[in-house]
Every structure is written in C-alpha cells, then in structure tokens.
Design a protein around this ligand. Structure first.
Ligand code: SF4
Length: 471
C-alpha cells in the first residue's frame, strides 16, 4: 500500500499561519493546521500562494510525477427519493412520469460497457426509494458479483444507509448496531466500499435548511465509522458555495479529520478502512429550488457592506443557529473557479490524514480540473461515462480516457490509472499511452453532459452526441 500510516501530528495554535517556516512544516506533514489557522489562510492568503503551499503538501505525499484517474461508471439505480434536498434536481416522487428504477439487466449491460473500456469499478447510488425491499439489493449485488467477480462495487452513500435502517428495521439495540447489521449483509453480497455522497455541509444550521429529509451529520459520520470498522474504505465529500459561511467549510473538514483520526487509531491495526479521498465541489443551481434563492446583494434590503448571512451564522464548531440572521438560508453566495481552487487548496493543507484530494472537473470543467492538479489535487477522478445527479442541476462534462490522460500530462504529470484503493494499475509512461495514440484531437473535445449519454463509452474517435434529460 503506498499510503502512509498516519501518526499523530502536533498543533501549534499560537503560530502565525502565514509564517513561511510554519507553512513549510505543514507542507512536510510535521504540523497540523488548527481550524482557526485554516480559516485565516482561506480568507486572507493570496490564491496563487495558497495553491503553491497546497501543491507542496500534495508533492510531499504523492511525489512530483504521477497523478491518477479511475475508470468507473456512475449508476443511479433509482431517482425515487424520500428526501427533498433543496439543491437537488434529480429526485422524483414514486408515481411521477419520469420516476425510474433500473432493471438488473440494464445495470449489467452498463457494467459490460464499462469493462469494454477497461473500467474497474461502479459507483452506484440512488435516491432513497421506500419501496425497494432488502431482497432487491441482495439480488442486485449477488447478480453483479456473479457476473463480474473482479468488479469493485463502490455503492450506497450514508444517507441511503440511514434510510435502509429506517426501511428495513434491522435487529440491533442502537443505530450503530442496525447500520452494522445492514452493512454486513451488503458486504456479504458483494459491496466493497462506500462513496461519500450526501456530505454537503455538516453544520446543523445549514444542513437542516438544504437537506430536507436527509440524514444528520452525526448519522452520516456514524455510518462511515461502521464501514471503517468493517474494513471498508470510503470517501468524504463537501458541496459548498450556497448558504454556508466560510467557517462551515472548515468545520466540515474538521469533522472528517477528527473521525479519520479515530478510525485510524481504532481500526487500522485490525485491517479497518478509512477515508481515502476528499472531494469538494460548488453547488450547481440550475433546476433546483435552492437555485431560485437570490444572490447575496440582490435581495431587498441586502447591504453588501455587511457580512454574508452564512458567515454571521457559521462557527468553527458548527454551533451556529439560523436565528442569528433573518436572511440566513434565503441568500446564496455561489462559488466560481477561484473560490473552488481556494477551498480545495485548504482541504489539502488541512486534511493531513486523508490520502487523496480529488479534482472536481465534472462540475468545474476539464481545464479548471487540470489547474486543480496544481492546487492540491492528486487525482482527476473518473472518466465519466454517465452522470445523472449533478448533471440534472446544470452543466457537467464528459471526458474520455484519452482526454483525461492528456489533461494530466499537459499539466506536467504522468497519468496513471488507479483502483479504488488508490493503488496504481497502469502508469502511462510509454508510447502506448491512451493520449499518445490520438492524432486528431478535434474529435476529443470535452463534451457538456446533461444526462446519461453513451457517447463517452463509445469509440474514442466518435464525437459525443448529447441527450437531454427526459429524452
Ligand atoms: S440529493 Fe440525494 S437524498 Fe437529496 S433529494 Fe436528491 S436524490 Fe434524494
């Protein structure tokens, strides 16, 4: 395993976080940023300088040469969902005309397409469908495992797990016991690891406004802890750039870092899992109820000389309440490219115990994703064959393996395909690299992707054809 065992790292809370010697020690993994120091850097350090320090931390962990990607496929097995997150354009009620549950044969067909292009894992998530019994998941997982024994199944984010507990009423005297019972069942049927979907922002004031019916942060973190106890690796995510304050982002990362410390301390000697990656991205507003909220400064009575409502409410310990500002939750502060890079850079510096930071090119576009490799990201994520959730809320992008390798090489690194454990499968250091086979790049442009399209799974030289959601 190329991933260092985390050792407890000292804080130096009274240190000036802008001091070069202090930052060098952070980059070298010798000192841990406090939440307050991270917030100061986030708010005050010039963007490029912040990027250079995040890059230094990334290079200390991952070296100067290789940056990775994975070939997997998002499979959203249903869009029926009991929750009503205000940032979601994907969910449907049972009975809606365009509500769906994918047939097992359809899922198997998607997996065959994935394996045809060298894919190694599926990322399978759904809405939280109250009508699917536990048997349905048993049949699905066992069928996939039988037909594709080498495929890594990365599926069912914590909010789904919490609803499984509610829907199936498993045995156990505590929530944790019930989660353990369900996870063990899923694991025995073929589930390997859990994606970090549904993290959003952990602070209760924000979460209760945007994640209507979605699990609490404590439940989310508890599901992941049980998964780690059972030897599963997971990822963690954060969706920002909406109603939250800057301190909420740091608090969110602090929760991940704290629970990761516990997972490593309690489970790593017995083969336990941990958070392998952290991926953050800005909220996409199109087609969402939250997207109709006014931008801060555009609402009646908004005064831009005053702090953004989210910043008034946000605290580094997550204790802020909505009562602290009358417009909290009614105004959004969208995040663009530089805000995304700034937040990602802080995540690399702050999350000293998480191996990989993923670039979010799916929402930010391939070229910002490429730049993100110099702002702390070590991984370009997945070649995108299909994406339905974020794409329902705005433009996302679709990249072939050739393009993703080209972007990594063009950024100054060697592209390498990885697996779910972040072990390298193929390092593209020879003339047979996928990107080096392409003569005509005019057919390899990144494609805007609005809903599942087979275009990216097709031959490398066939231009993508967009299909629009609902068609
Ligand atoms: S984000 Fe997920 S949990 Fe929330 S409404 Fe959409 S599908 Fe449901």
């Amino acid at each position: 395993m190329p991933h260092p065992t985390h050792q407890p790292i000292a804080h130096r809370p009274t240190a000036d976080p802008f001091d070069t010697g202090f930052l060098q020690a952070v980059a070298d993994g010798e000192i841990r940023l406090t939440a307050d120091q991270a917030l100061q850097l986030h708010q005050q350090m010039p963007l490029m300088e912040l990027g250079r320090w995040a890059d230094a931390r990334c290079r200390a962990l991952h070296g100067d040469s290789i940056r990775t990607y994975v070939i997997d496929r998002n499979i959203n097995y249903t869009n029926v969902c009991t929750a009503k997150c205000t940032f979601c354009a994907f969910r449907r009620d049972e009975g809606d005309d365009d509500a769906y549950v994918l047939e097992t044969d359809t899922i198997l067909s998607k997996i065959r397409d994935l394996e045809d292009i060298g894919g190694t894992q599926i990322l399978m998530q759904g809405g939280m469908h109250p009508g699917l019994p536990l048997d349905w998941y048993e049949h699905l997982l066992c069928t996939i495992r039988q037909a594709h024994p080498d495929l890594h199944i990365h599926a069912f984010s914590p909010p789904e797990m919490v609803e499984f507990v509610n829907f199936f009423d498993p045995p156990g005297s505590s929530f944790e016991d019930k989660v353990r019972w369900v996870l063990k069942k899923l694991q025995s049927w073929g589930l390997h690891s859990l994606p970090g979907g549904g993290g959003e922002i952990f602070a209760p004031a924000v979460r209760s406004k945007i994640g209507m019916g979605k699990c609490t942060a404590d439940a989310w973190l508890t599901v992941m802890r049980v998964a780690h106890e059972l030897g599963m690796n997971t990822s963690a995510t954060m969706m920002f750039g909406h109603i939250e304050g800057f301190a909420d982002r740091i608090h969110h990362m602090d929760m991940v870092r704290t629970w990761q410390d516990r997972a490593i301390a309690d489970f790593s000697a017995d083969g336990g899992g941990r958070y392998m990656a952290f991926i953050s991205w800005p909220f996409q507003r199109e087609n969402t109820p939250l997207g109709r909220a006014k931008n801060w400064g555009e609402g009646p009575g908004d005064d831009l000389s005053q702090p953004f409502p989210g910043d008034v409410v946000a605290t580094l310990d997550g204790s802020g309440t909505k009562a602290e500002h009358p417009e909290f939750g009614r105004r959004v502060r969208m995040a663009g490219a530089s805000e995304y890079l700034r937040t990602q850079a802080i995540s690399r510096l702050f999350l000293d115990n998480v191996w990989s930071i993923g670039a979010s090119w799916v929402t930010m576009g391939p070229h910002i994703g490429q730049v993100a490799l110099n702002f702390g990201a070590s991984d370009m994520g997945s070649v995108m064959m299909e994406e339905n959730v974020v794409s329902a809320a705005g433009t996302t992008y679709c990249l072939s393996e050739e393009v993703i390798c080209h972007l990594i090489r063009d950024a100054g690194f060697l592209p390498a395909q990885r697996d779910n454990a972040y072990d390298l499968l193929r390092v593209h250091d020879g003339p047979d690299a996928p990107d080096l086979q392409v003569d005509d790049w005019s057919s390899q442009r990144a494609q805007a992707l609005h809903v599942q399209t087979e275009a990216c799974s097709g031959a490398a030289d066939s231009p993508a054809t967009l299909t629009i959601k609902g068609s």
